[in-house]
Design a protein around this ligand. Sequence first.
Ligand code: LMR
Length: 393
Amino acid sequence: MFESLNRQPADKILALMAAYRDDAREGKIDLGVGVYKDASGRTPVMRAVKAAEQRLVETQETKAYTGLAGDPAFAAALTRLVLGDSVDEDRIAAIATPGGTGACRQGFELIRLANPEVTLHASDPTWPNHLSILKFMGMTQKPYRYFDSATGGIDFEGMLEDLGAAQANDVVLLHGCCHNPTGANLTVEQIDQVIAVMQQRGLVPMIDIAYQGFGDGLEADAAVTRRVAKAFDNVLIAASCSKNFGIYRERTGLLIAVSKTADEASLAQDNMNFLNRQNYSFPPDHGARVVTLILEDPEWRADWEAELEDVRLGMLDLRTRLADELRRLTGSDRFDFVARHRGMFSRLGLAPEQVKRLRAEHAVYMVGDSRINIAGLNTDTVPVLAQAIVDVL
Ligand code: LMR
């Protein structure tokens, strides 16, 4: 029966990972997949994660199933990290999910259950897997203007115009912070205008927040999500611990649904538990428990926050260095946006041909749309990349 299958389109980011691995050249530079790397190219296990895992090994007495929604303590701790006290607890339903991708998928599933006719509006561009999952699920999707490649900033007029033309009850997918793939983010003032247009049109927000702590800090990065959560009766939030806790392979995420009333929240929770049961029964627990231990222990939490802050500041430093070097080499401010962008990614605005040449002639790997992972650099490779970019311009 499997002979009737068609080959699936390769995921561009994962294909890039494989191509980089297979490249035997010395000095190759990996700016592909969104995984943090330190200056020596390692993706370390964070100190607090090690400590919490150690304690789990020593004290955990059972591996019996958790509830369908996962450990309630995890949901409470992560919801607090993301939402602060912006929404009353009795309006919140949540399920643990396998990573942020799992949270996105379950969020889309919940939206479809509630409104099969829905159209999802996603930024142009967005994380390619958003669109791939929506397409696979057969859900209707529409891009809204977002990135202005001429300036490296946001086409805000275009965004408001497109959202202003959406139909009531449509869902708008927003990035909570550190927009993937562009690195260009809405200011708090801009999000207030987006909220006003969405309220006028009767639209429902869904927020993907996968990089909290990588942009302007843990609290600042939650500002957009909290403002949106406060402003609407219904909000979906897909949160990931992959990046800010560095526990990528543990698959640790949370889908949060904000409802108008406690009764509606209970209905949402019932359906979310059902969706977990249909898809994989119980969500993974190890990473969730590690995160909970860290968030609940003041010492570990402080240490985690300090290490995360070092990661964030290191990426900011690399941004400044790259922007400075490109300014020096090009004699122009064309790439200054790299320093203004936040998070792991920047889209450089290079043509696909130039991206290909960077790979072929300089062993520099970036996604085909010229997205770079800033954490793939170090102070030695910044000038190498800058020179390579100038060579292909
Ligand atoms: C990325 O965008 O590179 C990350 O979110 C990893 C992934 O799964 O694509």
